[in-house]
Design a protein around this ligand. Sequence first.
Ligand code: PGA
Length: 258
Amino acid sequence: MRTPILAANWKMNLNRREAKNLVEDLLKVAFPVQQREVVLCPSFHLLTEVGGLIEGKANYGLGAQNVYWKESGAFTGELSPAMLRDCGCSHVIIGHSERRAYFHESDKDCFQKVEAALQNNLVPILCVGESLEQREAGKTKDVVLGQLQGALKGQSLSSGDKLVVAYEPIWAIGTGKTDTPEGAESTIAVLRQELGNLFGERIAQQVRLLYGGSVNAANVDALMAQPNIDGALVGGASLKADSFARIVNYQTQASLAN
Ligand code: PGA
């Protein structure tokens, strides 16, 4: 069975004090840690701080929101996979639609970032997703399969638990609109099938496939009830302890402890 992952993408938000308060509140949450993984992805300046707060906490991981593929050298403003490891990272988000749109990241860039992450023992959380225009033109599956193949075809993957893929329809990110659970399941099932073509069925069954795009306390239960949805990548609702705690505790009665 695949352990669900609830990943928080804080994007370019929170200062050190706010981050500390949020993590401390989250750590009070009684959730069944054996059955879930929580990955916090703060901005670069918070990595060490957040890493320190979750150090030794079972089933908490630390993720960066970006990485460069070179090991070191004259690349002003970039961070290497080894630097992320040095900050305590276990995961890194690659190819988020905001990076593709605002920073012109291509599938080839994503390929190189995924390769570098894998070589450095960082789990890539590779993001794929279609725009509204592409969706309305009936191209959702073609678009996400193209992004998946572009970033993964030719990678060597020894085990499926070294990779996470997040399906995030662009029109659903930060808009309050979500794909239906059945719609998300159908796209994610196609992604898993393609992972089988790329890496074989055993590995495809191990890869955690997440849904992202306005996941919140009200819609998480139904999304997580789908057989191929193994977790969520959460933006806005991960910035508040109570809403993210509810998401982590999906389908249970648990809530923030006092
Ligand atoms: P959202 O962001 O939950 O605010 O829609 C998700 C994401 O961009 O990863």
